[in-house]
Design a protein around this ligand. Sequence first.
Ligand SMILES: O=C(O)CCC(=O)C(=O)O
Ligand SMILES: [Fe+2]
Length: 207
Amino acid sequence: MPSPPSPDGFRYLPDRLDAAAQQALLEAVQQVAAAAPFQRYVTPGRGRPFSIDMTNAGPLGWVSDRRGYRYSPVHPATGRPWPPIPATLLDLWAELAGWPQPPQCCLVNLYRGGGARLGLHRDEDEEAADAPILNVSLGDTAVFRLGGRQRSDPTRSFMVPSGTVMVFAGEARAAFHGVDRILPGSSTLLPEGGRLNLTLRRVTPGD
Ligand SMILES: O=C(O)CCC(=O)C(=O)O
Ligand SMILES: [Fe+2]
């Protein structure tokens, strides 16, 4: 497997979180999921289920249903606001994002089992399209794929183990990316196995 690519604005920080920090963050995410249960969203239009479960923390959460993708201030099933973004993630953003405003969304993706993946896409539902996205991984290693601005640009895949933080800023912010698969059993962090991915996002340009 080749080393991670290095488009402008991309940072790959393996081992950014040590074992204790990973465990503490896992517990914070478990609290988020207790307040805002994971859901299996469906795709816009055809309503095909994703292969991963999702929830959110922060003032805005990313949701998907037959009507489309959007950011919502409330959980679609409970109707309640999303729980706050864990403080350690806000600290990580302050340290690494280089952006004056705090993130408004922490999307939590749960990959479990051999079929869990995320197809090649760009993150383009954020009005604040220039703000970086910070990506944090816990649990099983992901085979991550990163390309360029066009879907047809060449892509590279590389391993993203637990404790890795990636920053998508500048050119990399607009790059196609996805998760081909996870390597089940590659980490024992999650009691039931699998991978948690957290992405911190700025959604609106204003305050
Ligand atoms: O799981 C990952 O590392 C990628 C997640 C992602 O691209 C997204 O949530 O938009
Ligand atoms: Fe994405």
